[in-house]
Ligand binder design. Sequence first.
Ligand SMILES: Nc1ncnc2c1ncn2[C@@H]1O[C@H](COP(=O)(O)OP(=O)(O)O)[C@@H](O)[C@H]1O
Ligand SMILES: N[C@@H](CC(=O)OP(=O)(O)O)C(=O)O
Length: 413
Amino acid sequence: MKVFKFGGASVKDAAGVRNLAKIVRTQGQTAMVVISAMGKTTNALEDLVRAYTHHRTNEVQKHFGLIRSYHNSVLSELSGDFSRVHQTFAQLEAYLSKPSTAAHDDIYDQIVSLGEVLSTQIVAAYLAQTGLPTEWLDARQLIRTDTNFREGQVDWNETNRRIYQVVTGKSIKVTQGFIGQTPDGRTTTLGREGSDYSAAIFAYCLNAESVTIWKDVPGVLNADPKWFDDTVLLDKLTYQDAIELAYYGATVIHPKTIKPLQNKSIPLYVRSFLKPDAPGTVIGNSEGHLQTPSFIFKIKQVLISLHPNDFSFIAEDNLSRIFGRFAQAGVKINLMQNTAISFSVVVDNNPDRVPALLAQLKQDFRVSYNDGLELITIRYYNQNTIDRVLIHKKLLLEQKSRYTVQLVVKDLG
Ligand SMILES: Nc1ncnc2c1ncn2[C@@H]1O[C@H](COP(=O)(O)OP(=O)(O)O)[C@@H](O)[C@H]1O
Ligand SMILES: N[C@@H](CC(=O)OP(=O)(O)O)C(=O)O
């Protein structure tokens, strides 16, 4: 069986849904099709969660109305039996009409997960209407996670058992990316942009022949075309290179996607849903490493430097306290560096998490920070590539390993 994954951009409107159906009909008649929420629905659902948890009734109605009318406008251009979609909206409306005593992240997952439920209900109904034998599967019944809401950790044994039992037969299976369920039946999400990872989970458990993620780019490029003009398509990548690029922030693939596939030597294709006949990129067990330098840009970075108040060194006890604080605050470290008496980290400047973290750190350390920075990573760098990215930038911190250089810079405008 092949696994196909379609992201939000590919199903943002009725034309996208028709295009998906065409790709499945021509290339994936026995595929498991994993789909994300349509367009920017996950962001819209996050707005809805904010309004609901702040008890702003008018805003709840406004956001709910916008999400429903967006989906209805897609439906109005397609034919099919969309009764399930209407039921999902009715369930969401009922949930929103009552206050909840659950924790914030639990509420978040119950609401935000519905973006994927809706998109798959629409696509499955449409595919069935076009005459393709289609089965809608509920990923919440298949992917078992712990209770770490918003970043559910997969229970591989139980997930494997369920997928193996349920996913059988020759019909096209349509299911959701990004979502799972706790042992006591609460919905969880797997972390933003987690649908690529879902596709890898299904592929691993099904011993799939391949995974194809259909994107709005020709494949994996040596830089994000949103930032770079002269990008080059990387037609072949090793699992190791793909893991490294995704880990450092090449958002074209979710970093958790590669490892399960590598474990079973399942090839991962990254192809364009706009040009479905083009070969794109294949990630697998190929020989040798990349020859082309690759560039990864992260903006809105903050450099935090910590100095112990008690003149102690940055050693095991201080480090374990620091890492504990970061883990507790849910802030991921993009780069770290230490000297004897200071520890510096670079993180995404997330306004929901970083201020609370800084307040915590200030209890034990003198804290200084510098925001509005960029983190540039070059894999397979040379001096020319470094010089090229440093034009009009002030370099604040540099870290080199054999293949990778990371540069923390301030744009000089
Ligand atoms: N190295 C890269 N190669 C190709 N695309 C990249 C790369 N780095 C970042 N991107 C970005 O990834 C985007 C596709 O990923 P994403 O928007 O998350 O897709 P989806 O919503 O389908 O999961 C592209 O539009 C591109 O801007
Ligand atoms: N819809 C979720 C999961 C996801 O992976 O979406 P996409 O495939 O469109 O990046 C999100 O936006 O985070």
